[in-house]
Structure formats: C-alpha cells, structure tokens
Design a protein around this ligand. Structure first.
Ligand SMILES: Nc1ncnc2c1ncn2[C@@H]1O[C@H](COP(=O)(O)OP(=O)(O)OP(=O)(O)O)[C@@H](O)[C@H]1O
Ligand SMILES: [Mg+2]
Length: 485
C-alpha cells in the first residue's frame, strides 16, 4: 500500500487515518465522568446563594431602605412610604441649602461614587482590564485585579485597586491611556495605595484648569502665611499654596508658559505684609519686561540696562552680604526665623535666572551673580531669605544652581527630558507631563506641575493670572506708603 503525506482537512477523521497507519502510536482518551444532574443543580444553587448574599452585603444601605419602604407600604398602605420619601427629599434639600459643603461631603459625593462604581467601573472592569492586558489566565482560570473602593472628587474619581499578586504599579502606568479611554476619562494617573499590593487610580473626568483663573483677592494681613501662600488652584479644586518660608523656588517654563503669573500671584499674596514692612521684595529683571510694571512695590529693583557695571549683580551681592550679617547676628540666638520690622522676610525675585548665570555677555558679572546666588540659596533659608528664580531652560549647562532650589515648578517645557531635570527623577513617569501642556495661552499658560510636601506624586496646578490692571491696582494700594516713606 502506498502512503502519501497530505494535510488533514476538517472533514478528515483523524482516528480513522491513524488506524490506517500501522506505525502510529496508540492514542488513549481519559474516561469521561458524567456529573449527576442533582449535583450540578446543587452547585449552581450554592453559587446563586453566595452571589445574592454578596450583593445584599455590598448594597446593604439601598437594600435596607427599599426593604423598609416596602414593609411600610405593606403594613400601613402605600401613602406612608411616599410621605417618608417626600420628607427625606425635603430634609436633604434643606441640608443642601443650609450647609452645602457638608451635604456634598456626606451625601452627594458618596452617592455619586456609588453610582459611578456600579454604572462605570464595575460594569466595564473586566473587558477594559482584559483588553489592557492586566489580567492573567493560568490553567484555564482568569485572575482579575479587584476593585475595592471608588471616591468622587469635583473633577476626578479615585479608584482603589487590589492588584494581582506579583503585579507592580508600573504595569498599570504603562496602560494608563488604555484605562483612560476604556472608562471615559481624559487622563489616568497611578498613585500609591493605602498598603502594598494596592494602588489608587486617579481618573480625571474634566480639566478643572482649562480656563484661566482670575487674580486671587489680596488677602487680609492676618491671613498671610509664608508657608502657604495661595497662588492658584490644584487640579482637584483645592487652592495651590506655595511655601516661601525656609525654602527657595525655581520656576521653569518655556517662553510664554506663564512664569510671570506665578511670580505675580506670589507677590500679590505677600502684598499686605509688603505694605506693612514685614516682607521686602528685591527684584532682578534682566529683560526689563516682567517686573518693571510693579517697580514701585519693590524695595530694590535691578535691571540690565540700569547700570552697565551690574546693577542686578550688585543687588544680589548686597543681599548676600546682608544675609551673612543676619546669620552672624542670629547665630546661637535663634534657629527659626520670624519676620519683624527690624528683620523683614526678604524675597529675592530673579526673572530669567539663566541670563545671569549663562547668557550675560560679561563673564565677570556671570561669576559674581552665580556666587551671590549660591550664597543666598545655600545659606539664606534659615535667616529669612527666599530666592524665587524663573527660567526658560531647565538644562544643567544653563543653571547649575538648580539643586539649591528645594521647591521647583515645571510649567510648559519644550522637551520631555526637562521634566525630570526640574522635578526630579521619575516625575514624568508619575504623571508630570509638562511637555504636553498646551501652548495656547488661554488653555495652558500658568499650568504646571509641582511636588507638594505631603506626597512624592506631582500635582497639576494653575497659577492665577494677575493682569496689568491688577498690578496697577496693587501699586495703587502701595503708593501712600511709598510716598510716606
Ligand atoms: N496664569 C495664566 N492664566 C492665563 N493666561 C496666562 C497666565 N499666565 C500668563 N498668561 C498669558 O500668557 C502670556 C505669557 O505669559 P508670561 O509672560 O507670564 O510668560 P513667561 O513664561 O514669563 O514667558 P517669557 O519667558 O517669554 O517671559 C501672558 O501675556 C498672558 O496672556
Ligand atoms: Mg516672563
């Protein structure tokens, strides 16, 4: 008999073909065990029971409410539950009218979180996670990370997730875009959870910072806190508070990124204390554009063309000398600084820092500026000196003093590598996409990322926009004092 090789088709009976081959290995099939029908029924019954109990426990509040109303209806007639519902609705409306923040906190947000848990996250959990590759199949069984809790904020949802054992947060960071599209969010960020093995997913529903924020009201003198000056808004709607006491601040952003609005919002928040003499702002303005407008507000002002011998540099050197004198005076007396009329808190604002340290044509001036800045930033924190530096270019060649600024703000940057240079390693992976901020002023100017003290995760913020007329008003507030002086 002649054998020839041919491909088996769907109609071929493999067993018959094998039988025809006298050399084929014998095939063994396991015995088939038929489960008794009664047992199948019992297993399904137990499953259904467990599911019902889980559902009842998970939804204990709505289930109890519906059961209670049902019982009232059966016992006393249907008018009673309707009346109860109407009373509850009236009560809630009064609560919402009288104390809205507590109503939102205790009723509106939890209700919304519950709704979004059921209608968005739990509904699409499995398909989205399977497509994003976050599930695992082992021996035919699918393992799915579990959804622990949902919290709703005004503009974003936070979802607590128990990862699969052996999974790490970066597996989720890699598919953040898939998750955003899957759950209808504009952006997803992965944050550390409350314990190992759990993470928070932050789903940003709408961009709270997409419209410019008008200048914040000038605070009352008693409300000024040098550790938390309100300068804008965070993405979750909370005020963005900037610390000046005991630190220095570097603002990095491409041209038109809105560095001016951070500087001016800070000055605005300091204004009452500037007027009362507890705070002095010394301004260095190489471009003669940003700060000249509010010149009357500054105790000292230096600009490039003022004095070819280096008006700006002399200002910095004077600050360094005074700072040293202060340090000498305070040594052994006090370790914490409290501003007074004798020793005001001094803020040295330097717009376009890179001009002083890199672009200034006179080499000698560059060296002098750099060493004065190094002295101020390395020793000024504990004696009431704070340097606020703004610059377009975050690269090291341009500003090697960068690491002397403990607090840094990344506004719109030209290149993605600059994000970690400004905010520290890993900041971009943790969601600080400063290179993707829009260059359209209405949408992106003043928007940036900062690292707040409480958490290593960068927070998206927007500075309030202090317009020319706001600055004029600020100057007008200060004029009587200036004249009196
Ligand atoms: N916080 C803000 N909100 C809305 N618009 C802003 C904000 N800040 C700035 N702008 C707009 O963007 C423009 C550029 O801002 P700004 O001059 O502060 O940028 P910059 O970063 O200082 O740029 P450069 O480095 O060129 O000086 C402003 O004229 C203003 O129209
Ligand atoms: Mg500017």
């Amino acid at each position: 008999m002649a054998w020839e090789f041919r491909k088996l088709g769907p109609g071929d009976n493999v067993a018959v073909e094998a039988q025809r081959d006298p050399f084929a290995a014998p095939k063994w099939a396991p015995p088939v065990w038929h489960m008794p029908e009664g047992l199948v029924l019992l297993v399904n019954l137990v499953r259904a029971l467990v599911r019902t109990v889980v559902f009842l426990v998970r939804n204990i509040v709505p289930v109890s409410a519906v059961a209670g109303l049902g019982w009232l209806g059966v016992r006393f007639g249907w008018l009673v539950p309707v009346l109860v519902l109407a009373l509850v609705a009236v009560g809630l409306s009064v609560w919402a009218g009288v104390d809205r923040p507590s109503f939102v906190r205790w009723i509106a947000r939890p209700a919304r979180a519950r709704w979004r848990l059921v209608a968005v996250y739990r509904r699409d959990w499995q398909p989205v996670l399977v497509t994003a590759g976050l599930t695992k199949v082992h021996k035919g069984r699918e393992y799915l990370p579990s959804l622990v809790r949902v919290r709703c904020g005004p503009t974003s949802d936070r979802v607590l997730v128990r990862m699969l054992k052996g999974q790490a947060p970066d597996a989720w960071e890699r598919v953040a875009v898939n998750l955003a599209h899957g759950f209808g969010a504009t952006l997803v960020r992965v944050r550390d959870g409350d314990r190992p093995g759990r993470i928070w997913l932050e789903f940003v529903r709408k961009d709270a910072l997409s419209v410019p924020i008008p200048a914040l009201p000038v605070p009352d003198g008693s409300a000024v806190d040098l550790s938390a000056l309100p300068v804008g808004r965070c993405e979750d709607g909370a005020p963005w508070r900037l610390r000046l006491l005991g630190t220095h601040v570097l603002i990095a952003g491409a041209t038109g990124a809105g560095k001016g609005s951070v500087i001016w919002s800070t000055i605005r928040a300091l204004l009452p204390w500037m007027l009362s003499g507890l705070v002095e702002v010394w301004a260095v303005d190489p471009k003669r554009m940003e700060l000249s407008f509010g010149r009357a507000l500054f105790e000292r002002y230096g600009r490039y063309s003022d004095d070819p011998k280096g008006g700006m540099v002399e200002l910095l050197e004077a600050a360094a000398v005074d700072m040293n004198a202060r340090a000498e005076q305070f040594a052994g007396v006090t370790r914490s600084f409290t501003p007074s009329h004798e020793h005001p808190f001094r803020v040295v604002v330097v717009d376009e820092l890179a001009f002083l340290t890199a672009y200034c044509p006179e080499r000698d001036l560059r060296k002098r500026a750099e060493s004065a800045l190094a002295v101020l930033t390395s020793q000024g924190r504990s004696v009431g000196y704070c340097v606020i530096g703004a610059q377009q270019d975050a690269r090291k060649e341009v500003n090697n003093l960068r690491n002397l600024f403990p607090d840094r703000i990344a506004l719109r940057l030209d290149e993605d590598e600059q994000v970690d240079m400004v905010l520290g390693d890993g900041a971009r992976d943790r969601g600080a996409l400063a290179d993707q901020i829009s260059s359209i002023p209405e949408i992106g100017a003043g928007v940036g990322f900062v690292r707040l003290e409480a958490s290593p995760d960068p927070v998206r913020v927007r500075a309030a926009y202090v317009s020319d007329s706001d600055i004029r008003d600020m100057v007008a507030l200060g004029l009587p004092d200036v004249e009196a002086a």
